[in-house]
Design a protein around this ligand. Structure first.
Ligand code: F0G
Length: 461
């Protein structure tokens, strides 16, 4: 008989600096929402109570990172912090060459411009908004080759980010390998619900691509979270460190685009990392046009230092366990309350299933957009639409894409909110769920040309 009580779990940090939150009344929120055109991207942050819009650039830095900020070498060229960052990227990610960028899409822009020719095809494990747009702007066409399970919110596959090798092989047969400059592999897959890809799958993708001389470019934005899922779920990796697994993942690719604003615990920053000298040389040349000199790429020295230090902290086992554990905690509570959301719980967010939450709304009435707006009005919690609005329009036909997944993302910034904030969030979602039958849809009244979800405006039907 074991008489020792299991101890509670707590965040593996204590709080040194605080930022007060503003509470608002329902009436204030209704006004703010109307002014924002029912788009949570257009709300003012000061009107938000718990901000779960994104985990991008919203992380809390550590004292170690802040100390590094003071060591910023703000030289125009050859900053010490650039070399620190380069050394950390080489050590932890394993790539040879580094081009810093202001954030992830700066790297996506460059790799797309360098590798894609008009008429090319770029397969990927589900799209990400900015990644696909840069591929299209470079003249390419994105092709989704993720496994079918990823499009089913209830399927419990442990690696829903996996690539369907048959779909990839079919694409090669259909268009020819010479029209596929690279495959864009995300780890984890944001739009699928923060779902990981397995090491075994990436190894097989690599082998298939090598056979056809197709490059593998990793979107390593949340690859550390992906590495932790591999440790938890894939046989043979239980006793490996997250650091080792990360390097293993990257070893099956030729380079990566990176938004440091996620895994790397900073507020701004990203990079393109490469193993091929020729491509690096082109990127180093292109970066001066769009971002800045190749040793700063749009970042201050201090930002590069914070990111270099963030790499060390991000792979720390206590950190990553708590990070994924927090999202898991919210998932467990929502499950007990019978709330429909994407399973298994992903790395950075809970994705509410808006089609199931609001079954009375048609997809053109924007169920996920509606639910995000409703949650804010109800509780001051800000979330993000990841459904038909985010999916945008087909560039040939001009029609909406109708994604199978119509989701609302509750995204958890790293080290920012406590378990109590999580409890409040769950209660707010439960309340919205109880009132779901009274929720009416939206009509889009303004639609920008690119990445419409950021600035589109709506009215209540
Ligand atoms: N790739 C993935 C998988 C992302 O999630 C993001 C950003 C990017 C690339 C682009 O990076 O924002 O630094 O330019 N995702 C944010 C989000 C915006 O909220 O999920 P960026």
């Amino acid at each position: 008989m074991n008489s020792i009580k299991r101890r509670s779990w707590a965040e593996p940090f204590k709080i040194k600096v605080v930022e007060p939150l503003k509470m608002t009344t329902r009436e204030e929120r209704a006004n703010a929402l109307k002014e924002a055109g029912y788009n949570t991207f257009l709300l003012r942050s000061e009107d938000v109570y718990i901000d779960l819009l994104t985990d991008s650039g919203t992380n809390a830095m550590s004292d170690y990172q802040w100390a590094g900020m003071l060591l910023g070498d703000e030289a125009y060229a050859g900053s010490r912090n650039y070399y620190n960052l380069e050394a950390k990227v080489q050590e932890y990610y394993g790539y040879k060459y580094l081009v810093p960028t202001h954030q992830g899409r700066g790297a996506e822009h460059m790799i797309s411009q360098i590798l894609i020719k008009k008429g090319d095809f770029i397969p990927g494990n589900m799209y990400f908004t900015t990644t696909r747009l840069h591929q299209e702007l470079a003249g390419g066409t994105f092709v989704d080759v993720i496994i079918d399970e990823a499009h089913d919110p209830e399927n419990l596959h442990p690696f829903k980010g996996n690539i369907d090798l048959q779909k990839l092989e079919d694409l090669v047969k259909r268009v020819g390998a010479e029209r596929i400059p690279y495959i864009s592999v995300a780890a984890t897959v944001n739009m699928a619900g923060g779902q990981p890809i397995s090491m075994e799958n990436l190894r097989q993708v690599r082998a298939l691509c090598q056979k056809h001389s197709i490059r593998v470019i990793l979107d390593a934005t949340r690859a550390i979270e992906n590495a932790y899922f591999i440790k938890l779920r894939e046989k043979g990796y239980e006793s490996k460190s997250v650091k080792e697994i990360l390097k293993g993942l990257c070893s099956y690719s030729d380079g990566c685009t990176m938004s440091g604003k996620k895994d790397l615990l900073v507020n701004i920053g990203g990079f393109l990392a490469l193993n091929e000298w020729d491509i690096f040389e082109e990127a180093r040349n292109l970066v001066v046009v769009y971002e800045g000199l190749h040793t700063y790429g749009g970042l201050a020295g201090r930002d590069m230092e914070a990111m270099a230090r963030g790499i060390e902290e991000a792979v720390h086992e206590d950190h990553i366990r708590a990070r994924i554990g927090q999202v898991e905690y919210v998932g467990e509570k929502l499950k007990s309350a019978g709330i429909p959301f994407v399973q298994p719980v992903g790395g950075h967010a809970i994705f509410l299933d808006a089609k199931k939450f609001l079954p009375h709304l048609r997809q053109v009435e924007f169920p996920a957009q509606t639910l995000a707006a409703e949650l804010y009005e109800e509780s001051g919690i800000r979330s993000m639409e990841r459904g038909i609005v985010s999916a945008g329009r087909n560039k040939e036909t001009g029609d909406h894409y109708y994604p199978k997944l119509e989701l609302v993302r509750l995204t958890f910034p790293r080290r920012v909110y406590t378990q109590a904030h999580c409890d409040v969030t769950v209660e707010a979602v439960e309340e919205a769920y109880q009132q779901r039958e009274n929720i009416k849809g939206l009509n889009m009244v303004y639609e920008p040309k690119y990445l419409r979800f950021f600035q589109a405006r709506f009215e209540k039907l």
